[in-house]
Design a protein around this ligand. Structure first.
Ligand code: ADP
Ligand code: MG
Length: 726
């Protein structure tokens, strides 16, 4: 027995080396006898075997389905989220109380006793290795007793609770067929589900390991060699059952690269499909309307604005619809750029529409555009609260083509709204609209045509994410703030004294003729609650701190007339303080406002805080932003120290991770299984470059060496993205 265990010990110490290693199976000649015997590899030479169903009876079967595992292909792709390090195999004599370890023992006798509660059972096995005896204990798993025969040899993972008593968390038999999987080495932990433990899943994957070898290799050989990437089969083995950390890392790297490459190829395919299959009316630069308007602007355009306009002009001149994302933080001057695009439509005798997600925003855009136009052209506003008579007139003018410029909310996509010749659409905060709503607006163009679209967002999106979420759009960023914008001094403060100092400071600003925003805590669950809180704060402030100042209230639950009145009063300088909910997050432009005070700042996201802060610093006076909250929170620390929205977005990404920053569904961010952002940013950039390269030499991925790659793109992202047209 001792000899047998010694054999076991040395095998354990070597981890799973000598177990399954796909690379070792490159050719039959290299197989050792033991490998041939232990691996069921040879029984699955057919690639179709991946499509075989994996099924288990009862609850575990249901759990498998809930994990999305129906075939062996699904199973081998079900990668572990982590590994437990069980490389510490000890002798009984070396065990230390309280430390996790694995031991290899032979069983001498087994007994089952009631636990203290007298209902459950405790299994005890007297066992030993060459160094000494130990009692192994299992709680509440009476069936274990039946598995343990006298003399059976076991690997036990667990912890020595007291001298001589080892509490077992996992065990497996030794010397049976195959190598140890659960108790020795880097043990994978697969995402499990109710009714199916990760141990059971591990056994399933282990038994299916032979099929790693028959998963197709989508990466062309040249690419794999250039990037020094492992073969897919080896990568799968390394990801599930690695020999070392570096083995696991290399495997993950390879699979993440592959995933990102497939994604980039899919996005490029969708980009091309969008363009090739749709026709737009080309809008030439005729130099009449647009030039005159640009001359009339009271300010000099920034370099970024000019560049954006030039890019847009190039897009508009084509027969392919423009699909451009215009990113720029609040106040970066996106509206001017949007108006440029809209006026190109006018100049060509066509129509343009701007759609915003809320009435407040639509009204704000309407005002800004009207001011930028200087009354030179008719521009109308259509929202849910447009009176019926006005709406009728407006729709008439729209149908006849007399009205060329329209701003509105979702009201724009109602069936009754008909354009004569819609050629340009601008969608503000486009992520707040669904795909269907955007498509409904597109459908307002004349039969057979798609309008040129410009999507605007004030959320700066780091390149990392725009590559994944918006890889199908061309992107333009306005980073340069218009002349006259000033950095905003930001303070994070806490406590009563700081609070009264803040109010004092605000009263000084007001005395000097400036104005102030007070933003109430965000209440995610209910707009009504938030409105209530804002109302209470409004009442408090106007009877205490700002007794002698003029205070206004605005919140999302007010009728839109009242909202508009409040906003106008503040914009005209008829109010000193505007107590608001986050409705003012985007859209308000009051250059005379110099203080932004935010209550319970920790409830807001980084980009929201940055946007709110962008409401001040818009005039000739220096401005401050006061955040009530805990200054040690990473988010609040970041906003206090950084004023570049794009850099803040990157910080946000680091703090929260990609899914939370974008909200997967909302932004169409595809689900990534292996790659992680932002950690894999460099890999993503490389994948993007490689995808471009591949498509340059083989635009349809039609070459034989790219056939499997193309299949993989369609299989993985085809349901979400148009497949690359054959
Ligand atoms: P955004 O839509 O990106 O938040 P806007 O286009 O509404 O920004 O511009 C914010 C304000 O700055 C507007 O009042 C606009 O007239 C003004 N503005 C835009 N571009 C410039 C510029 N180049 N120089 C000075 N002011 C500008
Ligand atoms: Mg704007």
């Amino acid at each position: 027995m001792v000899a047998a265990l010694r054999g076991v010990d040395s095998r354990c110490a070597a981890g799973r080396a000598g177990c399954f290693r796909p690379t070792a199976f490159a050719s039959t000649e290299e197989l050792t006898d033991e490998e041939l015997r232990s691996a069921p590899v040879r029984s699955y030479p057919r690639p179709e075997a991946l499509a075989d169903p994996v099924s288990l009876p009862g609850a575990p079967g249901k759990a498998l389905k809930s994990l999305g595992i129906e075939t062996y292909a699904d199973l081998v792709e079900h990668l572990p989220h982590s590994h437990r390090d069980r490389r510490d195999v000890r002798t009984v004599a070396d065990l230390a109380i309280g430390e996790d370890a694995t031991i290899a023992v032979a069983v001498r006798s087994v007994s089952v006793r009631p636990m203290r509660d007298r209902r459950r059972k405790r299994v005890e096995a007297r066992a030993a290795d060459a160094s000494g005896p130990v009692v192994a204990v299992w709680f509440n798993q009476p069936w274990v007793a039946r598995q343990l025969g006298e003399g059976s040899q076991l690997l036990l993972h667990g912890r020595l609770r007291r001298r001589g008593e080892f509490w077992v968390s996992e065990h497996e038999s030794l010397g049976g067929e195959g190598a140890p999987v659960h108790t020795v080495g880097l043990v994978p932990v697969h995402p499990a589900a109710e009714g199916l433990s990760s141990g059971r899943l591990r056994s399933l994957v282990w038994d299916a390991r032979g099929r790693f070898l028959i998963t197709p290799e989508p990466l062309p050989a040249r690419l794999r060699v250039d990037e020094r990437l492992a073969e897919r089969a080896a990568a799968l083995a390394g990801a599930h059952f690695p020999d070392s950390e570096s083995d696991e890392e290399g495997a993950r790297h390879r699979l993440a690269f592959e995933e990102l490459l497939l994604l980039q190829l899919a996005l490029a395919g969708r980009r091309r499909a969008n363009r090739q299959s749709r026709r737009a009316r080309p809008l030439a630069a005729r130099g009449v309307v647009v030039d005159r308007w640009r001359w009339s602007l009271p300010f000099e355009l920034t370099g970024d604005q000019k560049r954006a306009m030039a890019e847009i002009d190039e897009d508009l001149a084509r027969e392919r619809p423009m699909q451009r994302l215009l990113m720029g933080e609040v106040g970066a001057g996106k509206t001017v750029v949007a108006l440029h695009a809209m006026l190109r439509a006018v100049e060509n005798g066509a129509q343009a529409a701007l759609m915003a997600p809320t009435e407040t925003l639509a009204e704000q855009h309407h005002r800004t555009l009207d001011r930028l136009l200087g009354g030179a052209l008719p521009l109308e506003l259509l929202t849910g609260s447009t009176p019926a008579a006005r709406r009728r007139d407006l729709l008439g003018a729209l149908g006849s083509g007399a009205l060329q410029l329209l701003v509105g909310t979702h009201a724009l996509i109602e069936d009754t709204v008909e354009f004569r010749d819609l050629a340009v659409v601008v969608v503000d905060e486009q992520h707040r609209f669904g795909v269907r709503q955007r498509a409904a607006l597109d459908a307002k163009a004349p039969e057979g045509l798609t309008p040129h679209s410009l999507h605007m967002t004030a959320t700066p999106i780091p390149r990392t994410l725009s590559l994944t979420a918006y890889g199908d759009l061309d992107a333009t960023a306005l980073r340069e703030l218009p002349a006259g914008r000033r950095p905003v001094e930001t303070h994070v403060v806490d406590g009563t004294r700081a609070r009264s100092r803040a109010y004092e400071r605000i009263r000084e600003e007001i005395a000097a003729g400036r104005q102030c925003f007070v933003v109430c805590p965000l209440v995610e669950e209910s707009e009504a609650l938030q409105a209530k809180a804002a109302t209470a704060e409004f009442e408090r402030l106007r009877s205490t701190e700002f007794r002698e100042q003029r205070v206004q209230l605005i919140h999302g639950q007010m009728p839109s007339k009242a909202k508009q009145a409040a906003m106008e009063a503040f914009a005209n300088g008829d109010a000193d303080v505007l107590v608001a909910t986050s409705v003012i997050e985007v859209g308000i432009d009051v250059p005379n406002a110099t203080v932004m005070l935010i209550e319970a700042a920790e409830r807001y996201g980084l980009s929201q805080l940055h946007q709110l802060r962008g409401r001040v610093g818009r005039g000739g006076h220096s401005s401050i932003c006061i955040l009530f909250g805990d200054a040690t929170l990473p988010r609040l620390e970041a906003i206090a120290n950084e004023d570049d929205g794009f850099r803040l977005a990157e910080v946000d990404l680091e703090i929260r991770g990609a899914g939370d920053v974008l909200g997967t569904r909302q932004h169409g961010l595809p689900e990534l299984r292996v790659a992680r952002l932002p950690e894999d940013t460099a890999l993503l950039a490389k994948a993007r470059d490689r995808a471009d390269e591949l498509l340059r030499s083989d635009p349809e991925l039609a070459e034989p060496e790219n056939a499997l790659l193309r299949d993989a793109v369609v299989a993985r992202f085809g349901s979400e993205l148009d497949p690359i047209p054959a």
